[in-house]
Design a protein around this ligand. Structure first.
Ligand code: NOJ
Length: 540
């Protein structure tokens, strides 16, 4: 028997950029409510909403100052309740973002903890006295600078894996864990259906004396031995309430995956980073397709035969748009490439998560000045590039291609001045391509990426083979070609995709000759090669 989330299609909403209804240039809860019918029509079964809690927004909501309050930027608790109700009426479930590796430095717990002494919160964070008048060690933070920040009031350093305004919680403190668990139960009582658990592989840190791992910036505080003790306690709580869980698990390898998502795993699913991280090494020839393919295969095989369940994704709010990162965002190839990527990941075994705008093939933006950038990590990186001698142009070239803001430009609903996202200048500029790349246009054109996604979703829903059928990799003659079968007693489907931009001969196509092509991104088919970004789905 499948679990509901194994048959479901997920959709990630970054509310700030989804739909603004109160004309302040920021998306809001009512915007999500307004678009529920759009999501239903697409075939979405649950939405994951990135943080909408009270926050000073140093890291756009991932720095929470009150876990149980909705930020006024997004609306009110009453509106949130309506969202839950209306989504449920449409059979759409709600997954909230659970940020429990750190809070904001404005959180009451941190403000109290700073006071030291014998107050209840003194050990809620990770404090360390100066060593020889300096930071306790030389570890770097993910968003740049040291992981240690000195606090004048307490006279000690505190640890932060991300920005200095995001102090890490101390998972060794039973009182802290208790408060977090109470908060989790409070959210479950609000009628939500599950959590995406932020940065959860970072909650355990290595011995402070270990040297900094220059090859892997967060290697000293990522998936560290002993983390299982904390995870088991968290997992027991989530399981007790039978809510769906998907952990963000940077640093977890396919070989270890069953401990995280197996029958007795901590979570239902995890977001692994092995394939997604490859965009960072993209060059003029694109990404390393062999490594990309191998990462997908590794995860499929590691969790096969009921050993666990994959979360399938190509985009989120932290990485550039997938067509730009893994494919080809030129006018000539955007649609082909978007469809090829869609077919690649949507028919694997696991639960697909589509990130807002991915279904219409949104692509990266061109950022020309740092003034157009909001993401804290990109601003820090820009400053350090300039400090170390880069020119503004050089620094902007790096930032423009890599910044998370590429994924955060407002959703393009139509071709109006602010893309139907808002009636006011939005918090982050709209991509100039909104005149031709928008939902209205994609819905109008039956050969669009949007319709391709709808077809893939419908196929998953009509054929249980895509849920429980075996994944079988078929090795072909080229690193550019990705070919796999999904097979059970009912049916056998073969997916063949050319991930690259050059034509690839493919002898295997003749073996498929008598099978029906049920979905493809080129109109007429040829039998001996796959054209650039060609994708075909065959049924035996
Ligand atoms: C991962 C989130 O997806 C990202 O947006 C955030 O900046 C970090 N965790 C810190 O919370």
């Amino acid at each position: 028997m499948s679990k509901w989330w194994q048959e479901a299609i997920g959709y990630q909403i970054y509310p700030r950029s989804f739909k603004d209804t109160n004309h302040d240039g920021l998306g809001d809860i009512n915007g999500i409510r307004e678009k529920l019918s759009y999501l239903k029509e697409l075939g979405v079964d649950f939405i994951w909403i990135t943080p909408i809690y009270e926050s000073p927004n140093v890291d756009n909501g991932y720095d929470i100052s009150d876990y149980c309050a909705i930020s006024a930027d997004f609306g009110t608790m009453a509106e949130f309740q309506c969202l839950v109700q209306e989504a449920h009426d449409l059979d759409i479930k709600i997954i909230m973002d659970l940020v429990i590796n750190h809070t904001s430095n404005q959180h009451y717990w941190f403000q109290e903890s700073r006071k030291g002494g014998d107050n209840d919160y003194r050990d809620f964070y990770i404090w360390h006295p100066p060593v020889d008048g300096k930071e306790p060690n030389d570890w770097h933070a993910i968003f740049g600078g040291s992981v240690w920040e000195y606090d004048d009031l307490r006279g000690e350093y505190y640890f932060h894996a991300f920005a200095k305004e995001q102090p890490d919680l101390n998972w060794d403190s039973p009182a802290m864990r208790q408060k977090i668990f109470e908060m989790i139960e409070w959210w479950i009582e609000q009628g939500i259906d599950g959590f995406r658990i932020d940065a959860i592989s970072h909650i355990k840190k290595d011995d402070w004396h270990r040297p900094f791992d220059f090859a892997d910036v967060n290697g000293n505080y990522k998936n560290i031995e002993g983390i299982d003790v904390y995870l088991k306690e968290l997992s027991a709580l989530l399981k007790k309430h039978q809510v769906m869980s998907v952990g963000e698990a940077n640093g977890v390898k396919a070989e270890e995956a069953t401990a995280w998502v197996g029958e007795h795993g901590y979570f239902d699913m995890i977001f692994e980073f092995e394939h997604i991280d490859l965009w960072r090494t993209r060059n003029d020839e694109g990404i390393d397709l062999l490594s990309f393919k191998n990462a997908l295969i590794r995860w499929q095989e590691a969790l096969a035969d009921g050993r666990g369940w994959n979360a399938l994704y190509m985009e989120n709010h932290d990485v550039p748009r997938s067509i730009s990162a893994f494919g080809n965002d030129s006018l000539a190839y955007r649609t082909l490439s978007g469809k090829a990527l869609a077919m690649t990941f949507m028919l694997l075994q696991g639960t697909p998560f589509i990130y807002q705008g991915q279904e219409i093939g949104m692509i990266n933006n061109q950022f020309e000045s740092i003034a157009q950038i909001d993401a804290v990590d990109s601003i820090n990186l820009y400053e350090s590039l300039i400090e170390t001698g880069a020119t503004i142009e050089e620094a902007m070239q790096v930032i423009s291609g890599t910044t998370r803001d590429n994924a955060r430009t407002p959703m393009q609903w139509d071709a109006s001045t602010f893309a139907g996202f808002s009636e006011k200048e939005p918090w982050l500029a709209i991509n100039e391509n909104k005149n031709w790349l928008n939902v209205v246009e994609e819905q109008r054109n039956s050969a669009s990426i949007y319709h391709f996604y709808k077809q893939l979703i419908a196929l998953r829903k009509e054929n249980p083979t895509f849920i429980n059928g075996k994944f079988h990799y078929i090795e072909l003659n080229s690193a550019h070609l990705f070919c796999y079968e999904r097979k059970d007693d009912q049916a056998c489907f073969t997916i063949v995709v050319n991930l690259g931009g050059t034509e690839q001969t493919c002898d295997y196509l003749s073996a498929l000759q008598n099978q029906e092509i049920i979905l493809a991104n080129y109109e007429e088919d040829v039998t001996d090669c796959l054209r650039p970004y060609e994708a075909r789905l065959y049924r035996k």
